[in-house]
Design a protein around this ligand. Sequence first.
Ligand SMILES: Nc1nc2c(ncn2[C@@H]2O[C@H](COP(=O)(O)OP(=O)(O)OP(=O)(O)O)[C@@H](O)[C@H]2O)c(=O)[nH]1
Ligand SMILES: Nc1nc2c(ncn2[C@@H]2O[C@H](COP(=O)(O)OP(=O)(O)OP(=O)(O)O)[C@@H](O)[C@H]2O)c(=O)[nH]1
Ligand SMILES: [Mg+2]
Ligand SMILES: [Mg+2]
Lengths: 291, 279
Amino acid sequence: DMQKRLAGAIGRFRARGILTEANIQDGLKEVRDALLEADVNFQVVQEFMAEVGKKAVGAQLIRSVRPEQQIVKIVHDELVNLMGPVDPTIRFSNSGPTVLMLCGLQGSGKTTTCGKLARLLAAQGRKPLLVAADLQRPAAVEQLRLIGNQLGVPVYTEEKGDPVAVCQNGVAEANRRNLDTVILDTAGRLHVDDELMNELTRIEKKVKPHQVYFVCDALTGQDAVSSAGVFNEALELDGVILTKLDGDARGGAALSVKKVTGVPIKFVGKGEKLDKIESFDPERMVGQMLG
Amino acid sequence: VRSWFGRKVDASFLEDLEARLIQADVGVAATGRIVARVQESFADKTAGEDLVEFVRNELKALLDDPRKSTLAEAETGPTVYLIAGVNGSGKTTSIAKLSQRLKEGNRTILLAACDTFRAAASDQLEIWAGRAGVDLVKGSPGADPASVAHDACDRALARKIDVLIVDTAGRLHTQQHLMRELEKVRNVISRKIPGSPHEVLLVLDATNGQNAIRQAEIFTKSIGCTGVILTKLDGTAKGGIVVSIRQTIGLPVKFVGVGEGIDDLQPFDPSAFVDSLLE
Ligand SMILES: Nc1nc2c(ncn2[C@@H]2O[C@H](COP(=O)(O)OP(=O)(O)OP(=O)(O)O)[C@@H](O)[C@H]2O)c(=O)[nH]1
Ligand SMILES: Nc1nc2c(ncn2[C@@H]2O[C@H](COP(=O)(O)OP(=O)(O)OP(=O)(O)O)[C@@H](O)[C@H]2O)c(=O)[nH]1
Ligand SMILES: [Mg+2]
Ligand SMILES: [Mg+2]
């Protein structure tokens, strides 16, 4: 763990009173390596270490606290600061249904997360409608249909057609049936696929979702910055949902995505079952990241 | 890499080389080793074609496989390939692509839909089987995956099928009971068809970071993986994780996934992979 690593590197500080630039260099290198091993983006780590370096240098060594604990505390607090603020609330519209749009790379967990959000919102007394706008992946519509059935939540589907139209028709359906929340499940796509990224911006223009959430796999490595960055430029994201955090992934992608886009992480996926969604907890995330 | 030419191989150059490799997900330890080797041979010299060749060869040496992308086959009877990996990595789609490819050798293919857990998992594989023109064995939702594997082996033997490919549910390597379930599937297969599975392919998502090494380690300990299918290389992720995986666990990359279509599977080409990693 982080403390043991730092203890090894900076054991020699104990005699001194102040953390100077020279004597914390080894310690900071340990932190830097730990963050890179945790999959935090290289550039993000460089900028972060510069900030931490400034805070650490000149900090008074508290007599009762070991220096490595102090550095960990500075790093920990700085990370928690960067990852917050936390806002797991969804701002609902007071005129017509609130539309939530989920997007992201292939296999990140969008369809499953749509189900989780539907369950969460239904439990809060909302009346959600799931919209199966992925017409490309084999059995994607069926997958969402089964999830809806399992939850007792209605699902709007069209077997053929255009995803933009499906989204528009889904919202119309919600209006017709007096359902107050629409959750749009979109097909996974690459941020470098211009045609599919354009499809998303077309959905956004026509349907005007109140919230656009980027669903990001917590296992993602250095690429998190590219994909999240491009999605944010295209759609101005309102939130990020980090999935598959129930494993032992250190989840450095969380810091990269937050730092580069400024978009808050609202929820995390903690398993395959539909109740496995929690609001984002920066303290726990940082603990997982520092290993 | 062209931008390196003419630069002095000093601390700042080595930092830039390190940045390049880490950003390709090569990882801290493996990168450190390569940078140290470059420093040994080129410190204070001028970077040129020979330095680039040196780095290319370091990486290629790690990734080369004398067996290349050939998959092991049974001497007699059905060949069985077991496909596993974490959630959403691309297993089901890769199986479709693999069927298409293997079919071209005039082989009869049978698929086993042993993901009995996830919503519409067997429906998804069924659609792909239809597109590839191959048969499928599936069980009822929630059925024991090992029993579906058992039935698939029976059918493969009875119909003298050339290749049986077994799809399994995504699972995180930290889920002990799910790893036991996967071992049970493997055991059923190897008991029914001696010598099988002839390949155990771990499907890894190229966008994954260092956790992929843990995945490779645990899946290999559990079911004896023999190779990797690295998917989603058509994105911007470089997939450098396979360098450490080859170095620490020894798994070779057999194929790469480069898209969502049935033809989007290519044999692994270490040279092309390394060129793309360094560009
Ligand atoms: N362990 C774990 N698995 C998850 C989580 N969220 C989703 N999954 C699994 O990840 C896999 C992919 O999930 P999907 O919901 O199909 O992903 P998707 O983004 O809709 O995929 P595409 O539509 O193909 O882009 C499935 O096996 C899910 O059960 C999570 O939080 N934890
Ligand atoms: N761009 C791209 N997408 C891919 C590739 N391989 C698979 N996909 C997509 O990734 C998503 C997940 O693929 P699946 O085949 O369902 O993955 P899986 O591992 O079987 O998922 P689970 O069974 O839920 O664990 C789908 O949207 C696929 O189309 C690839 O090489 N490139
Ligand atoms: Mg989906
Ligand atoms: Mg699958």
